[in-house]
Ligand binder design. Structure first.
Ligand code: BEZ
Ligand code: FE
Length: 308
């Protein structure tokens, strides 16, 4: 009997040790990962005295998540997101320099092959929403502008949908730019809107069963890469959004919450472009961390960003 009064304790511990020993011949990192995973998994099962019915329900849940997934929908990534595992992986791999812009989750709506856009372009195209003038600067930790940085941007429309969810071939509110000599890009997009994560599958049922919000606060996504710097995957969130404290995927960092001030219809736009009605604006400086030894973390984001 173990000290906690569990008569099966010794044989339960022996089983864990036996499974860990079975990885002895694996590659060292794989062995480390699997040994730790099994040790934590067995501890979890033992700690809560998991019943066969509960384990079966968990297997059913994962089976349903697999069945609803396809090349447009990845329920297992969404599960990782709502359990905070995606964000925890981001944090574990984040640059330690507090000057660098904080990263957050990539999310499932990144798409390779976005159109190249230029200074002053309107990337919204058919995505519905309030026009928003965006001014971005990309700088090093010492404050130097980074020219020729690739700035990938994507965001939902005020219908709560990304272009890839609208089942059309054209990309909308999605583009990439290269920063100019001053490390800046300026363009028109739309005011981000809050939207629900896909909630009609097993992950949605988990959120409902735990009385959790399925909403993501309004945000615009960025993926910024530049020679000699660690890639930055992040969002900018709209200050004042009611869902900031309850983001379904735990992606909010206070440093990423910014103002998108409203401008009345009669106020001239920064580039003189005529817009119908009131418009918004946002400006932000991203600080890239110098490239470190962990650059390979991008390969762990669940999607191949290799030649985006
Ligand atoms: C997104 O921001 O696009 C997102 C992130 C995680 C889950 C669902 C959506
Ligand atoms: Fe998003």
């Amino acid at each position: 009997m173990s000290i906690d009064g569990n008569v099966n304790g010794a044989r339960e511990e022996a089983l864990t040790a036996e499974v860990v020993r079975s990885f002895a011949a694996a590659d060292p990192r794989l062995k480390e990962i699997l040994s730790s995973l099994v040790t934590h998994l067995h501890s979890f099962i033992r700690e809560i005295r998991l019943t066969p019915e509960e384990w079966g329900a968990g297997i059913d849940f994962l089976t349903q998540a697999g069945h609803i997934s396809d090349d447009r929908r990845q329920e297992l990534i969404l599960l990782s997101d709502v359990l905070g595992a995606s964000m925890q992986t981001v944090l574990v791999n984040a640059p330690s320099n507090p000057m660098a812009t904080e990263p957050t989750v990539l999310g499932p709506f990144f798409a390779k092959g976005s159109p190249l856009a230029h200074e002053g372009d309107d990337i919204a195209r058919e995505a519905p929403g309030t026009p928003c003038w965006v001014e971005i600067e990309v700088r090093s930790e010492s404050g130097e502008p980074i020219p020729s940085a690739r700035v990938e941007v994507w965001g939902a429309g005020d219908d709560g949908l990304y272009d890839v969810q609208r089942n059309r071939d054209t990309m909308a509110n999605r583009a990439h730019f290269f920063t100019g000599p001053q490390g800046a890009v300026r363009f028109w997009s739309i005011l981000p809107s809050a939207y629900p994560v896909p909630a009609d599958g097993p992950v949605g049922r988990l959120l409902a069963a735990t009385r959790r919000s399925e909403m993501r606060p309004a945000h615009l996504h960025f993926l910024i890469t530049a020679e000699g710097y660690s890639p930055l995957v992040t969002h900018l969130f709209v200050s004042g959004d009611r869902y900031l404290p309850t983001d379904a995927v735990f992606g909010v960092r206070p440093s990423l919450v910014v103002d998108f001030p409203e401008h009345p219809a009669k106020e001239p736009t920064p580039d003189g472009r005529p817009v119908n009605g009131a418009w918004r604006s946002m400006s932000h400086t991203f600080v890239l961390a110098e490239e470190g030894p962990r650059r390979e973390f991008m390969a762990g984001q669940g999607q191949n960003l290799g030649n985006y």
